[in-house]
Ligand binder design. Structure first.
Ligand code: IPD
Ligand code: CA
Ligand code: CA
Length: 277
């Protein structure tokens, strides 16, 4: 099984590299921007990259179903154990549209046992994160010609942690809940809180030890699937807001190094006025 997944990860690697290259080539060359909502956008680049990924998945994994951000659900041909791919062709569209260099291609595949394959590629940063279930996680820097396994995360105290979060597109009560949690973490005090603008990047950066903890209240499965497997394979605890290690967390996600995760969960519950779990 591991050999099979390792081989499938190589196919996924080629696919996300091609998708990331398309993103890099398209930077600064958006032809069309459409508003999905007052503060949420989709560009022609999101759609072109999604088409490329969908074609690749249909060719390589025809049995699998796909849920992709821009085009929705695509039933698979069946037969590969009921697996589903979660695809975000461009995670960080707002960044991309402004030329802010944190954006990613994210792909995760889940079967009945949970996530089995994950890839997140940040082409501008030259960071490709890959993982298969039970195989650990690794970081490649293709243009630098380096690749290495990610070390497993060790315990971190909140007082020495660098955290990240995300702000919801819909500016409703979730904004206030996010801000009151940010206030509580800043006063802990932690070392700082970042808002990078790509959930997939936040998750893999916790995996790589660049961040120690991350939470966000309103995400979709395609934002979290790829990064969740990479993070878990690097020893990061990734749950929903109730602390459950669901296969693909959404809408809420809490990802943190051991030791820190429980404390973040408790503070998030307190700031939301809920009983800690
Ligand atoms: C968004 C990014 C952002 C997060 C949003 C997501 P998109 O994805 O991951 O960091 O805060 O909630 O929707 O729209 O750029 O693919
Ligand atoms: Ca996204
Ligand atoms: Ca997207």
């Amino acid at each position: 099984m591991n050999d099979e997944l390792a081989e499938q990860l190589l196919c996924l690697r080629e696919l996300v590299l091609a998708a990331g290259d398309m993103l890099l080539d398209s930077m600064g060359r958006i032809v069309h921007i459409e508003a999905k909502a007052a503060t949420e956008f989709v560009t022609d680049v999101d759609k072109r990259v999604e088409d490329l990924v969908l074609e690749g998945l249909a060719r390589t994994f025809p049995a699998d179903a796909v849920l992709a951000e821009e085009s929705g659900a695509h039933p698979g041909g069946g037969g590969s154990g009921g697996r589903t791919w979660y695809i975000d062709p461009l995670d960080g569209t707002t960044n991309f549209a402004h030329g802010y260099p944190i954006f990613a291609v994210s792909a995760g595949c889940a079967g009945p046992e949970g996530l089995v394959l994950g890839a997140v590629y940040l082409p501008y940063l030259d960071e490709l994160y890959l993982a298969f279930r039970g195989g650990g996680a690794r970081l490649e820097r293709p243009r630098h010609g380096v690749a290495a396994p990610l070390a497993r995360r060790t315990p971190v105290e909140l007082e020495s942690a660098l955290l990240a979060t995300g702000f919801p597109y819909v500016r409703d009560a979730a904004v206030d809940r996010t801000l009151s949690a940010v206030g509580a973490f800043l006063r802990a005090p932690c070392h700082g809180i970042r808002r990078g603008g790509s959930a997939a990047a936040d998750l893999v950066h916790v995996a790589a030890g660049r961040l120690d903890g991350y939470f966000e209240l309103r995400l979709r499965p395609w934002d979290t699937a790829g990064g969740t497997l990479v993070a878990r394979e690097a020893g990061v605890i990734v749950t929903d807001l109730a602390g459950v290690e669901v296969a693909v967390p959404s809408p809420g996600v809490v990802a943190a190094a051991p030791g820190l995760h429980g404390r973040m969960l408790k503070m998030l519950a307190e700031t939301a006025g809920r009983e800690p779990v």
